[in-house]
Design a protein around this ligand. Structure first.
Ligand SMILES: Cc1cc2nc3c(=O)[nH]c(=O)nc-3n(C[C@H](O)[C@H](O)[C@H](O)COP(=O)(O)OP(=O)(O)OC[C@H]3O[C@@H](n4cnc5c(N)ncnc54)[C@H](O)[C@@H]3O)c2cc1C
Length: 377
């Protein structure tokens, strides 16, 4: 493992204060629906306001409208957002990974066409990887893109595509040949493409962010292809360090923890559990920060990110159990108290935290294989 201890510099702490002051003003308590981490509300105007401050796409180069800032600086912004349960849903995926993937794998034309819109908070991306029979075993993807003339014809179905109904683009992983890994290619599909149907799937908490996306004879120009034909698996793997190692894997409960910490007259048991939660949060924060430093140093810490996701999501589930010990009654999703309603939502959706972005079993397999590989080299 390459996780070295690190601290914020004084410039980074200054950014933290700046973001915090902006959000105190922009997100007055009660003025927005509290969200659970990355599953926060979809609010295009909030994403645009944040972008106007330079805090969306901030790790992208300035020549494409980005901030030319570091992964650590982005993490600082994200921490402030998630600690408030901010409505990050519209720009989340584009800011965390799609923009950086387009920068790394796209053509100059794609970069110029898409990155400025991402940085303005106007474009929103969804991840079109999973299929009914291809979740953990992602290489089993069957949605086909077949060459036709200068372009491609796509047929198949994606599932569990978060926020596909509100996204402007879906970054899809399609099969372009029968070769298991080498036969996968990524495509950027605009949401209004004829033949693509997005159907929301009701989730257990009553939200409809989850979608099924079907493709029926969808015609795509070759310019929709991201990267080389057959390079999709490798590109996808490159996104995983960004997708798994960040603070979003352990911050879903932050508004609830913060509220709990402010309760008057805590019992000794409540203080002890708060101490347990805080110590773990601090340790996880150090790990995510080290990962961001590795990204800034040009590494792709996929194994370290899998470790943080595994530890972070299990912690979130455990922390929920600790908080529940101090309730007098089961929280109600219909409660007028926003924290109680959020806690009720967390209880029903928390099993999904160890599934989305790779299940616990798959992450441990990535970690074990990655460490063995490093031992051998
Ligand atoms: C809230 C949420 C949001 C999501 N958003 C998106 C999205 O935006 N885009 C997208 O593409 N996908 C998304 N997904 C899908 C997610 O990536 C998959 O659910 C996940 O990869 C697991 O796939 P699966 O559901 O098909 O389960 P399966 O792969 O069928 O796994 C079922 C169980 O078997 C275990 N298992 C499977 N294979 C192995 C193995 N080789 N060794 C040991 N155990 C194994 C798994 O760990 C799991 O416990 C989302 C899922 C959730 C819950």
């Amino acid at each position: 493992m390459r996780l070295a201890p690190t601290r914020l510099t004084s410039d980074e702490r200054e950014l933290q204060s700046e973001v915090s002051a902006f959000l105190d003003d922009r997100l007055a308590p009660g003025s927005y629906p509290l969200g659970l981490g990355m599953a926060g509300g979809v609010d295009k105007s909030f994403s645009r306001d944040l972008a106007a401050r330079g805090w969306v796409g901030m790790a992208l180069p300035t020549q494409y409208g980005g901030g030319g800032r570091t992964a650590v600086e982005r993490q600082i912004v994200v921490e402030e957002l998630l600690s408030r349960g901010a409505p990050v849903g519209y720009h989340w995926v584009a800011d965390r990974q799609s923009g950086l993937s387009i920068l790394a794998n796209g053509t100059e034309e794609q970069r110029r066409e898409l990155l400025p819109g991402i940085c303005r908070g106007e474009l929103s991306f969804a991840i079109g990887m999973s299929e009914p029979d291809a979740g953990s075993d992602l290489a089993a993807v069957r949605t086909k893109a077949i060459r036709r003339g200068d372009g491609w014809i796509v047929n198949g179905t994606k599932i569990w595509t978060s926020n596909a109904a509100t996204a402007t683009h879906i970054l899809g992983l399609f099969r372009t040949s029968e070769e298991r890994h080498g036969g996968l290619t990524q495509f950027i599909v605009p949401r209004d493409t004829p033949g693509m149907t997005v159907s929301p799937i009701p989730f257990i908490d009553g939200t409809q962010d989850f979608c099924e996306v079907s493709f029926t004879d969808v015609v795509l120009p070759d310019s929709a292809r991201l990267g080389d034909v057959g390079a999709g698996w490798g590109q996808n793997t490159g996104e995983l360090a960004l997708e798994r190692g960040g603070v979003d894997r352990w911050m879903s409960l932050m508004p609830i923890v913060d509220h709990f910490a402010r309760r008057p007259d805590p019992t000794t048991g409540a203080l002890a559990d708060l101490g347990r939660i805080t110590a773990r949060l601090w340790a996880l924060r150090g790990l995510s920060l080290s990962i961001a430093r590795l990204v800034d140093a040009g590494h792709s810490p996929v194994v370290e990110a899998a470790l943080v996701k595994d530890m972070g999501t299990l912690f979130e589930q455990e922390a929920l159990g600790l908080l529940r010990r101090h309730l007098d009654a089961n929280p109600l999703p219909t409660s007028p108290d926003p924290w109680e309603a959020l806690l009720a939502q967390a209880i029903v959706v928390s099993p999904s935290w160890t599934l989305r972005g790779g299940t616990t079993e798959i992450l441990r397999s990535v970690i074990a294989k990655g460490l063995r590989h490093r031992d051998q080299h």
